[in-house]
Design a binder for this molecule. Structure first.
Ligand SMILES: [Zn+2]
Ligand SMILES: [Zn+2]
Length: 148
């Protein structure tokens, strides 16, 4: 079971050979900035299961935790592809937007609800965290840090 995907222009493609450890909707300020004012929707995969072809750009910021968050995007069209934390190099946080439809993913957990705007519609049936929750457990052992 897996997923395929591509950016808006098609220069970056993904092939993912795993189910995600979890899926999240994130309302942190940085996500609102990169997602045009809404939350990001993310599927957290074992890093080694995510194969990406094409040229990515990257930019980083320091999170409140002190960890460095790096987001990777298509160098041609700017589509957000995935994010990664310096504390969790064995995970890749893939944006729902690049996954080919139809797929079976939907948000399971909502995070950084304290930063959501008043108008945000947050499903009360979903698990919610005001800030960052603990990292999800993954079925595979942590992989060595990769060069990306
Ligand atoms: Zn692109
Ligand atoms: Zn976020």
């Amino acid at each position: 079971m897996g997923y395929t995907g591509k950016c808006a222009c098609g220069a970056v493609t993904l092939n993912i050979g795993a189910k995600p450890a979890t899926t999240r909707q994130c309302w942190c300020r940085q996500c609102q900035t990169i997602a045009a004012g809404g939350p990001t929707h993310n599927a957290i995969f074992p890093a080694e299961a995510v194969a990406i072809e094409g040229t990515l750009g990257a930019a980083s910021w320091t999170a409140a935790s002190g960890n460095t968050l790096t987001f990777h995007f298509c160098a041609s069209c700017g589509t957000q592809v995935y994010g990664q934390s310096s504390a969790r190099p064995h995970l890749k946080t893939v944006r729902f937007g690049v996954l080919d439809q139809p797929h079976d993913l939907k948000p399971e957990v909502v995070i950084w609800t304290q930063d959501a705007p008043d108008w945000a519609q947050i499903d009360p049936a979903l698990e919610q965290w005001p800030q960052q929750p603990p990292a999800p457990a993954t079925p595979t052992a942590p992989a060595p840090a990769t060069k990306d």
